[in-house]
Design a protein around this ligand. Structure first.
Ligand code: DLL
Length: 431
């Protein structure tokens, strides 16, 4: 373990540390960020009001809209001279959300990452290729510093130019790959096509940044012949390093000394008891550049506080089921794309590439699921009875799991788009 004394602290000690840090964080935000000063005043919360961890419920939530309203630096708590790095979200729907880090924040970030990559099995013998895009996106630099901290050999190859990535992987004897699971799958397919898959020495995949069911992870592992762990985070909270899987892979350990996690009902905002499924809300306990109080992540998950078989005591969050704003509402029924992914990946005839197309016909929502046939099964496209039989089996299973009828289209190999970053699998033509 990277910091065994911290990662195995008894629960009571973790909570005592969180309370102490929460109290000083609230005071820090109150004194240094006019936005929080006003918000806390309006809610009647003074720093002295926080006496137990449960008192966090008095603090109002912070949302993405608050970040946008305070663009670019309005939520910074430290003066510009102390900010040494800025990252930002991609901002596909408006202005990006901007995050500033002090030197101490960067140190904390790389410690968090170092813990998680070590928990995944990386060490100083690991040669790791970072195939996340370097730049304002937090993924690449976040993992980069954590991996350097544990002494791994880092190859900052960034995303794109996949043929060159594969050449470097082969020539450098790369043993670990950092990327989205969808890009990893693409790298594997291209390496197979080029006839060099067998020359790669990949053992470990440090994946994250997008939803990935266990079934999808298994498919990517099979393609590349590696063991993969999942990593979770978001720019607003630091980037990656909020939580990640150890080799037990029974949930992602939350770095609880730096991040206080709650689960709330996404509709009512009510705090739910531990173990319930709901929206993850996170408070950054130690950040100084841009601390965040009770950030609504919109990610739907569940938290388990039992000690893990690996010995770590930090609570584990389940792989997010999806984002509350990615949940598809089809003819009144809530459907998460991850449910569809689980069904599709249960069929060996299906490749890990799919797209969900939403349309509206006659005032009614339609969901078309386009999915590629796996290599070795594309001949079915020329065998109508067999194709029909497979189509019927998958459609039936989708209906059972989703509770609604969908249109399934089975497609040939490499007909759907491939992604070098986060996969975009939903095409909503209803708007
Ligand atoms: O994706 C940070 C990151 C980089 C995490 C690299 C892990 C590895 P954003 O671009 O701000 O930050 O996107 C954050 O992506 O709220 C989730 O909806 C989703 N997400 C991130 N990691 C996972 C994961 C980075 N492991 C948003 N599983 C989050 C499911 C994830 N969803």
């Amino acid at each position: 373990m990277f910091q065994k004394d911290i990662e195995t602290m008894p629960r009571s000690q973790i909570e005592a540390l969180q309370l102490e840090r929460l109290k000083s964080l609230v005071k820090y935000c109150y004194d240094n960020v006019p936005f929080y000063h006003k918000r806390l005043d309006e809610a009647g919360v003074t720093p002295e009001k926080i006496k137990t961890l449960a008192d966090i419920r008095y603090i109002p939530y912070t949302t993405k809209a608050d970040m946008r309203d305070n663009y670019p630096f309005g939520l910074f708590a430290a003066p510009q001279k102390d900010i040494v790095r800025i990252h930002a979200s991609s901002g596909t729907t408006g202005k990006p959300t901007v995050v500033g880090y002090t030197a101490g924040d960067l140190d904390m970030w790389s410690d968090c990452m170092a813990r998680l990559v070590m928990a995944a099995g990386a060490d100083e013998n690991t040669i790791v290729q970072i195939c996340f895009g370097y730049g304002l996106f937090t993924g690449a630099l976040g993992l980069h510093y954590g991996l350097e901290k544990i002494g791994a050999t880092v190859v900052p190859s960034s995303s794109g130019n996949t043929e060159k990535q594969i050449m470097l992987m082969k020539d450098f004897g790369t043993t670990a790959l950092v990327s989205t699971p969808s890009y990893a799958q693409y790298i594997g397919e291209l390496a197979r096509e080029k006839g060099v898959l067998g020359d790669l020495k990949l053992e470990l995949g440090l994946f994250g940044s997008e939803g990935c069911t266990i079934e999808m992870r298994n498919a990517v592992e099979k393609t590349l012949g590696l063991f993969a762990t999942d990593n979770y985070g978001m720019s607003e909270l630091n980037g990656p390093g909020v939580s990640g899987e150890c080799r037990e892979r029974c949930g992602m350990h939350i770095n609880e000394d730096h991040f206080l996690a709650e689960i709330i009902d996404p509709e009512t905002g009510e705090v739910l008891p531990r173990g319930s499924e709901g929206e993850l809300v996170v408070t950054t306990l130690t950040k100084r550049g841009m601390p965040v109080l009770r950030y609504r992540t919109k990610d739907i998950t569940r938290i388990d506080c039992e000690t893990c078989a690996c010995g770590r005591t930090f609570a584990r969050m389940e792989k997010p089921k999806g984002r509350s704003d990615d949940m598809l509402k089809i003819r009144g029924v809530n459907v998460f794309p991850s449910q569809i992914e689980t069904v599709l990946m249960g069929f060996e005839e299906i490749a890990p590439h799919y797209q969900l197309v939403l349309t509206r016909e006659n005032f009614s929502d339609r969901l078309e699921i386009k999915v590629e046939l796996a290599d070795g099964y594309t001949h079915l496209l020329d065998n109508f009875p067999q194709l029909e039989e497979l189509h019927a089996r998958i459609t039936k299973e989708l209906k059972i799991v989703l509770g609604i009828s969908t249109k399934l289209t089975l497609m040939g190999s490499k007909t759907l788009e491939r992604f070098q970053g986060k996969a975009k699998r939903i095409v909503d033509l209803r708007k």
